[in-house]
Design a protein around this ligand. Structure first.
Ligand code: NAD
Ligand code: 13P
Length: 350
């Protein structure tokens, strides 16, 4: 029997728990109960978020108005939440994963399989380390990924969408993940290309920031399409430079072009970047994020910083004018209008 814990309970984490719980209750090979680790916080009412989730079956802060399923149990104790599980679903903002892995090292079952729904990467001396690799290295477990055109609030309402599982070698594990996530409104396909799938999900957030600048400056649809096209090319070039095994076809899966489109149309990165441009770059991203997202986290600005770091270390910035422009604009070194002057950009080394 497989026992699932979801590590994370933000907007997408809560929807993932809902999707999974609808399947564990119906499929005999899974325990019904799905544990969901909650980074505990006090609500304005003074109650703990975990208590409210368990009382109302709703994540009132990150996914209000949606029932998660009675078999979802919120747990604020990380080690307790994972201790019986042999399928771990990681879905937190990427900046918290290193700390979470440190806390979990040596505390999980040896027969555990992992999957990461996290869009982001870590920067190491040798270059980018994908979050699935971080999990594998620190926890000693195989880790697949699931990415796609998946704006969480739409999937919460059971509107049809697709997703891609990326796996390396362990096809059986990938098939089990597909079984766990697939529903009539959530169509999951598996491809053997962990890095390709994960890099698509990670890098499209940088392009979405650029798309938000274009929207904020009211430049129109053609400009936005141009930004998305250039962004897609840079996503592929970056992915293949660091991970030559990445497959071209992966960019045509849900995790690739479809996620790029949906995030540039309706994502949080786009929305906050739009506001940044409308304010002429005068209000910093973290201030806008706190005000507009109320606890939810952007990944694109941090990813642009990480991309910049690894590219400048290798002297490759000039090959990625769009990624470089997003970093320069989001850190206030260039005005938002520089997003359409990318061929003039002189990348700096900082
Ligand atoms: P979120 O941005 O909605 O919420 C932030 C979460 O971080 C909350 O659960 C909060 O409790 C938690 N948190 C805050 N401080 C923390 C800390 N110090 N340590 C650990 N956790 C802390 O989260 P999300 O939308 O579930 O995003 C998780 C990942 O899923 C991200 O990589 C995101 O890119 C990806 N994703 C999101 C969506 C979406 O539509 N929301 C869709 C696909 C993928
Ligand atoms: P945002 O974080 O920009 O909302 O993107 C969500 C996403 O990854 C959709 O697939």
């Amino acid at each position: 029997m497989f026992k699932v814990t979801v590590v994370g309970s933000g907007n997408w984490g809560s929807v993932a728990a809902k999707l999974i719980a609808s399947n564990t209750i119906r499929l005999a090979s899974f325990h019904d109960e799905v544990r969901m680790w909650v980074f505990e916080e006090k609500l304005p009412s003074g109650e703990k978020l975990t208590d409210v989730i368990n009382k109302t079956n709703e994540n009132v802060k990150y996914l209000p108005g949606i029932k998660l399923g009675k078999n979802v149990v919120a747990d604020p104790e990380l080690e307790n939440a994972v201790k019986d599980a042999n399928m771990l679903v990681f879905v937190t903002p990427h900046q918290f994963m290193e700390g979470i892995c440190k806390r979990l090292a040596g505390k999980i079952r040896s027969d555990t399989e992992g999957i990461s729904l996290i869009k982001g990467m870590e920067v190491k001396k040798e270059g980018p380390t994908m979050i699935s690799t971080l999990i594998t290295k620190q926890l000693g477990i195989n880790c697949s990924v699931l990415m796609g055109a998946n704006i969480a609030n739409e999937i919460a309402l059971e509107k049809f969408s697709e997703a891609t599982v990326g796996y390396n070698q362990n096809k059986l594990a990938a098939e089990r993940w597909v079984e766990l996530f697939n529903t009539p409104y959530f169509n999951v396909t598996a491809v053997e290309d962990v890095e390709g799938v994960e890099l698509c999900g990670t890098l499209k957030n940088v392009v979405a920031i650029a798309a938000g600048f274009v929207d904020g400056l009211e430049m129109g649809n053609n400009t936005k399409a141009a930004i998305m096209r250039i962004g897609l090319k840079e996503m592929r070039a970056f992915s293949k430079m660091w991970f030559p095994s990445v497959k071209d076809n992966t960019f045509f899966e849900s995790c690739g072009v479809a996620d790029l489109i949906t995030t540039c149309m309706g994502g949080r990165n786009r929305k906050v970047a739009d506001a940044y441009a409308r304010n002429g770059g005068k209000r910093p991203f973290d201030e806008l994020e706190a005000e507009m997202l109320q606890g939810q986290k952007l990944q694109g600005v941090l990813t642009a910083q990480e991309v910049h770091e690894v590219l400048s270390h290798r002297g490759w910035l000039h090959m990625f004018p769009l990624f470089s422009a997003v970093h320069a604009i989001s850190t206030g070194r260039l005005p938002p209008s520089a997003i359409v002057k990318i061929s003039d950009l002189k990348p700096s080394s900082n």
